[in-house]
Every structure is written in C-alpha cells, then in structure tokens.
Ligand binder design. Structure first.
Ligand SMILES: NC(=O)c1ccc[n+]([C@@H]2O[C@H](COP(=O)([O-])OP(=O)(O)OC[C@H]3O[C@@H](n4cnc5c(N)ncnc54)[C@H](O)[C@@H]3O)[C@@H](O)[C@H]2O)c1
Length: 367
C-alpha cells in the first residue's frame, strides 16, 4: 500500500509522539514540519529526521503533502484547519477541534465542500483499554447502560507543562483541555448526548507557575477552572462529569459506567491501556478483565493512522470531525447552562464510531 505524505504544523510539547508515530507506522511519511517559531520546527526535523522544516505557507503549498497534522495551541486550531482545507489537504488535529462552535462549523462545511476529511484527537478511545470496555458493553456484560460518572480533577498543569499559560485562556481550562478525553470515551461507549446542565466557577484569579522554566511567574485565569455537569444521552442514560484544575487531591475514579446488570470501571481516557474491571450482579466483587485489543501503550497518532487507512480504503474514520464538533458543543453547553441558569438542549449529534476488530495486524489499522 502506498505511503501518505504528511506535514506537521506546531512543533511544541506534544509533537514528539506524533513524529514517533511517523517512525512507528510505515504508512505515514512525515515529509515536512512547520511552526510560527521556525527554530522549533528545525529542532524537531533534526531530532526525527524529517526532510524539511519550513514556514506554514511553504508547507501548505507543497503539492505532495496530502494531509496535515495540526498541533498548534487551541486558539490557532481553526485557522490552521481552515488554511489546510483551503490548500486542498485533509486535516487532523489535536483537541479541541476549535475553541468556538462557529469556527468548528466552518471547518466541517469547508471540508464537505472540498470533499476532504477532518479528524481530531483524542484518539485514546481507540486504545486497548477503552476498546475492551466497548466490547464488554456491546456484548452485554453490564446490561443496558443507565448512567455514567466521569471525574478529572487535579491542581492544573502549571507544575509540569513548559508553556501552561494557554491552558488558562478562553477556550481552554479543564473542560476544553481534558473534557474531550472523557466525553469522547463516553460517546464511544454509550452514544451521543441530547441535553445537559452545568455549574462553573473560576476559583483563583491567577496561578503561579512551578515548573523549572518559569518558576514563580504568574498566569492570569481567563476561564472557569471547576466545571460540574449533568447530561442525558440520547438513549436515556444519565452522565455526571466534573473537570477541575482547583483540586489538590481526589480518589474519584476516571470513569464508571453503571448498567442494568453490572458496573464497568473504565481506565484513564487520557491513556491507551487498562485496567478494566467489572462487577456483575452475581459477582462478589470487581474482577479485572484482560484487554481484548492491542495498542495499549502510548499510541497517540492512532486516530491519524485510522484516517489514513480510511482515505486509502474509502471507509469512515473514527476520530472524526462530527464527534469533535459534538464534544465541543457539550463543553460549551456546560458553560452556557451555568451562565443562563437553564438546561442546554444539544443541537448536534454524531454516530458512535465503529468498534475496532480484535484481530487487526500489529502497527496497522488496515480494516
Ligand atoms: N502537552 C500535552 O501533554 C498535550 C497532550 C495532549 C494534547 N495536547 C494538545 O496539543 C496541542 C498543542 O499543545 P502543546 O502542549 O504541544 O503546546 P505548545 O505550546 O508546547 O506547542 C504549540 C506549538 O504550536 C505553535 N503554533 C501556535 N500557533 C501556530 C500557528 N498559527 N502556526 C504555526 N504554529 C503555531 C507554537 O509556536 C508552539 O510551538 C494543544 O491543542 C493541546 O491541547 C497537548
């Protein structure tokens, strides 16, 4: 099968795992990389033997490049996706799809007009942990899902991220930064959402960086940092979610799903592996279930790989723009419901992505 030539835009903190995906998955041929700061692109091209480091415009005008991976900061996602589509290339990006719904809408409609694909992280739901959970639910191990809880609570990324400022800007915060992992996992396991309510607050007006690089520097907080939501899936199941950068410690699980005949504990949706455990009505306690699917190590880029095979084999891709749009609407919805003191009726929907077969070849998603 022919290789697909890919360009990467945005060569910051998360980019190495995508360059490594180019080394790991034969079908991806990363031929160029670009960044607003050219020296960052040069550094990555040297580290990962990428033939060309260049400006964004140079990368987009290269006719050989079929697909762009957009790893810029969230506020630049829509601009780079739109430019990529205008240049006639498929686009796959880090989460969220965009910060504003209107921009996400423009991305999807331009892609449709041009006959191009839009893909978006997270792709962790394609990993062994969550695919095993999907199989257990689909095979009826916990009966009909009736409810789910999802908790992502920490004291924020300023202790470890080299550039944490953007994570406290509008369009980021714990919901827009981490919510996509939890909501995408739940959509994959239970389905799309129809209405929701929420309460949000910004606890601290500024944060203090404690990483080595900028120790002691202050960051202004421009977005809520504790968001609690209740949401109703189209199939009637009820979800509860909290995302927070205000919490010093917690013992809450990442995700649990409660069914008519049992409970499923879902592993961290920001990772690819397990553990997965189940307690059915006739079990005394939870039992760990061996993973049924591969890709349980850090496999960021799997969604991109799936999209490449989708293009080559003319099939639907899983980490797609419709799911990214639905997730973005839910995240805004929690904030809108809180600000307007009412339920938010969700306008968008999406298909549950197809589950992965158990027996695909290692390092390939050729299905
Ligand atoms: N860092 C992580 O652990 C992590 C994990 C998962 C997902 N993400 C996501 O990945 C994305 C990037 O995060 P990061 O942590 O790598 O941030 P970062 O700030 O380290 O890197 C972003 C890079 O994009 C470049 N950039 C910004 N606007 C641009 C533009 N218009 N054109 C070209 N380049 C531009 C910046 O110069 C920078 O080098 C974000 O959407 C984030 O949510 C990050």
């Amino acid at each position: 099968m022919r290789k697909v030539k890919v360009g990467i835009i945005g060569c910051g903190n998360i980019s190495p795992i995508y360059f490594q995906a180019g080394e790991k998955f034969d079908i991806l041929d990363i031929v160029a990389c670009a960044d607003l700061t050219l020296s960052k692109a040069k550094k990555r091209s040297e580290e990962f033997n990428v033939p060309r480091a260049c400006t964004v415009d140079e990368l987009l005008s290269d006719p050989e490049i079929e697909m762009v991976v957009n790893l810029t900061n969230p506020e630049a996602h829509s601009e780079v996706h739109l430019k990529t589509l205008e240049a006639g290339k498929h686009t796959y990006g880090e989460k969220p799809l965009a910060t504003e719904l209107e921009d996400a809408e423009k991305i999807l409609s331009l892609a449709k007009e041009k006959g191009l694909l839009v893909g978006t992280a997270p792709d962790t739901f394609l990993g062994g942990g969550i695919q095993t959970c999907r199989k257990l639910i689909d095979d009826g191990w916990i009966g009909e899902p009736i409810a789910a809880t999802a908790f992502m609570m920490s004291y924020g990324p300023e202790s470890w991220h080299p550039n944490p400022g953007f994570l406290y800007k509008k369009g980021a915060g714990p919901m827009f930064d981490m919510g996509p992992y939890y909501l995408t996992a739940l959509i994959n396991l239970i389905g799309p959402v129809q209405r929701l309510s929420g309460s949000v607050r910004a606890t601290f007006p500024e944060r203090t960086i404690t990483n080595e690089l900028d120790y002691g520097k202050k960051i202004p907080v421009e977005t809520p940092t504790h968001i609690a939501g209740v949401f109703e899936f189209q199939n009637g199941a009820i979800g509860t979610i909290i995302t927070s950068f205000d919490v010093w410690g917690t013992k809450t699980p990442h995700i649990e799903i409660y069914g008519t005949t049992g409970t499923l504990i879902v592993p961290d949706p920001n990772a690819f592996g397990g553990p997965v455990s189940v307690k059915r009505q006739d079990y005394e306690d939870f039992v760990n279930i061996p993973l049924t699917h591969g890709f349980s190590e850090n496999s960021r880029g799997l969604g991109l790989l799936d999209m490449v095979y989708a293009i080559l084999n003319n099939r639907a891709h899983r980490a797609n723009g419709q799911i990214g749009y639905h997730v973005l609407e839910l995240m805004h919805g929690f904030h809108i419901a809180s600000n307007e003191s009412k339920y938010y009726e969700v306008k968008s929907t999406c298909e549950k992505p197809a589950s992965l077969p158990m027996n695909f070849l290692k390092n390939s998603l050729e299905i």
